[in-house]
Design a protein. Sequence first.
Length: 157
Amino acid sequence: MLHILLLFSFLLSSSLAAAKDLCVADFKATQGPAGYQCKVPEEVVVDDFVYSGLNVAGNFSDIVKSAFNTAIVDLLPGLNGLGLPWHDWTYPVVNSGPVPALLWSSFSTSNPGLQVLSNALFSNNLPSELIEKVTFLDELEVKRLKALFGGSGLSSY
């Protein structure tokens, strides 16, 4: 009985796009939890599979001195249903050589979000005492970083 329930739960949670060889995003249709609906194969064009944004150096002028380029389904419709968006993160501050370090990554969804830890911790309005407890930083350092990243919440709970 458990095997049958497990089989049905897998069948109901799977995406039809994953069963197809080709599922290019149809931006005219609505986007659901599993991504965009598939284009009719006759409407697929070469440009649905072409993207050149990952070969461009990012802008390192932000406070973190890193750049993030991405190839998500909104920029590369051919990724729809594959669940393999590519990202590169260039970080010139911490590396082992004279050129900026480069990280390539792939996520398990066609349109993942991004959260930079320093921005998440210090550009918000969480109380400083809370940030001190979870980061083990002292009060002066948390206040300095909150001022640097534009955060507030310098008062107590």
